[in-house]
Each structure stands twice: as structure tokens, then as C-alpha cells.
Design a binder for this molecule. Sequence first.
Ligand SMILES: Nc1ncnc2c1ncn2[C@@H]1O[C@H](COP(=O)(O)OP(=O)(O)OP(=O)(O)O)[C@@H](O)[C@H]1O
Ligand SMILES: [Mg+2]
Length: 298
Amino acid sequence: MARKICFINYKGGVGKTSIIVNTAACLAKLGKRVLLFDFDTQSNSSIWLLRLERWNKINSSGEGSFFSIFEPGTAKVMDLIIKDVVEDKNGLKALPGLDLVPTTFNLVDLESEYEGDPKRPPYVVFQEQLAAIEGNYDFILFDCPPNILRASQCGVFSANEIYVPINPDALSLIGFTLLIEKLGKFHQLSASFRKASMGVPAQVQGAIFNSIKTGTDIEVPKMRMQLRMNQFRAAKRVAPTAKIFDTQIRDAMIVRRAVTLGLPVVLVSQEGPDAVGTADNVVNDYRKLATEIVRHGQ
Ligand SMILES: Nc1ncnc2c1ncn2[C@@H]1O[C@H](COP(=O)(O)OP(=O)(O)OP(=O)(O)O)[C@@H](O)[C@H]1O
Ligand SMILES: [Mg+2]
């Protein structure tokens, strides 16, 4: 069975997309079969992994984008998968094992204009289609916007695990608290649609500190986060095994540069001026995180 994981926080800009893209790449490098869904209208992970030229073609036609399973509703999730999505600058496959279901700007219509069948909310339509292909993967990852509206609901409803990227600031902690509240409400709202075969609703399994500047002491924000996590664990509002991940991702220019290059950092570091000779670099942070995620599920 695939492990289905949502990366989400009610705070924007904390590093959800950077962590999911780079961790997905590291998991693929470990030989895992990985499928990444982009549920954010901003399309950041789609543009990153496809680069603008390939993404523009999908955005202008709407064909092949996630929203097409709802409108016009003729496509199925399995038709939308771009296999081995990452290509090098010569158009050659650069990372076997990482597949993508891309989104485009029209996903915004799912939140307002789309009516659909009230007896079958979008997250039910999605979950049923996902069930048909999930056996083909070890990891299915959902990149969510900072909310639990309809697009995110598709991920939250189908997932078994939820990870929360955070920065060492008070606003990230507020975002985490809000997430737990909204998650509880959504699970209640969707309870009647859950089938026994889906297992229990996904709970937060962990928080991941991101963008940590060298020399910055994050002990105080970490302690506050740990306290909040302990409170939620005691109240059974997060998983019993929920933790702050040991791995934290440092702040590094290469993460921002990788977006422009259209490559996960694990591939950028193999070439050119950004190559880093020591193990002490951000690529290794992502590798460690991927390994920690693999172990957390065992
Ligand atoms: N470890 C890092 N080092 C340096 N820059 C980073 C790091 N992680 C993320 N960033 C940068 O911070 C910005 C926000 O990151 P990202 O897009 O991953 O956040 P997000 O949580 O997905 O945002 P949104 O809520 O808009 O979806 C981006 O410009 C990204 O390149
Ligand atoms: Mg994002």
C-alpha cells in the first residue's frame, strides 16, 4: 500500500512546496516510486518540475491538469500522470521514479464555480479515482495550499499522514494550531463518506522546521512547538507518534535557485558551480528528511 502524505500548514510561505519537491526527489533517488499531486492553484510545484514552457502548454489548454477530473470531468487521475516528470535541459529524463499530476490556474474554479453532485463532494470523486492507481506507488504526496478548502480536502481525505512544515516564528505556530482545528472540523464533516477500507482519518504525524539560518538558535521556538505538540497529543488531536522531526532544513540560496533551473536540489548539486563537496549541505538535509520519513512509517 502506498503511504499517502499531505504537506500542509495554515501559514503560507513556510516551505511546503520546497520540502515536498525536494523530499519527493530524494525518495525517488532511494528507489521509491513516488507520485506528487499539486493541489495549489499557484501551481508552484508543477511549474518547478515541468518548467514554464511545458507547464504553459497545459495551462493554456487545461488538458492534463488536475481540475479536468471535475470539469469537464472526462479525464481520470490515471490519465493525468506525467511519468518521470523531471527532464534535463536537453529534454532527457533526469529522475526515474518521480511522477507528477500537475495543476494549472483553473483549479481556482473548484473553490467557487464548480457545483458537481452535492452527494459526491470533490474529495470523494478524487479518492475513488486515486484508489485505482495507488498500488503502483510507494509514496503519494499532496502539496496543499495554506487552507483546507476543496482542493486541499482531496489530499486530506485520502491521506494517511499529515506533515506540517514550519518556520521558527510565532506565525507558524498559529498556523499549526489553526490547522489542527480545521482538520478536526473537516474529518467530522467528511466522516459519513469514509469507507472502512480507507482506514482512520489522517492525523498530524510531525512538524518539520524549514529555512533555518546558519548560527540561528531555534531552541525557544522548538520548545514552544514541542509544548503545543504535547498538548495536542494529550488531547488526541494529533497522532500518538507525532513529533518534531530531528531533521531540519537549513536556509540555502540553492533552494531558490533550483526553482529557476526547474530541478530538485538533489540534481542541481550534481552539476556546475553549486556542487558541494561535503555532506554538510541542504541536499543532505533533504536526504536525511526522506530517510526519516521512510523510518517514521515503519
Ligand atoms: N530552505 C530554504 N532555503 C532558502 N529558501 C527557501 C527554503 N525553503 C523555502 N524557501 C523559499 O521560500 C519561499 C517560500 O517557499 P515555498 O514556496 O516552498 O513555501 P510554501 O509553504 O509552499 O508557500 P505557499 O503557502 O505559497 O504554497 C520560496 O521562495 C522558496 O524558494
Ligand atoms: Mg506551496
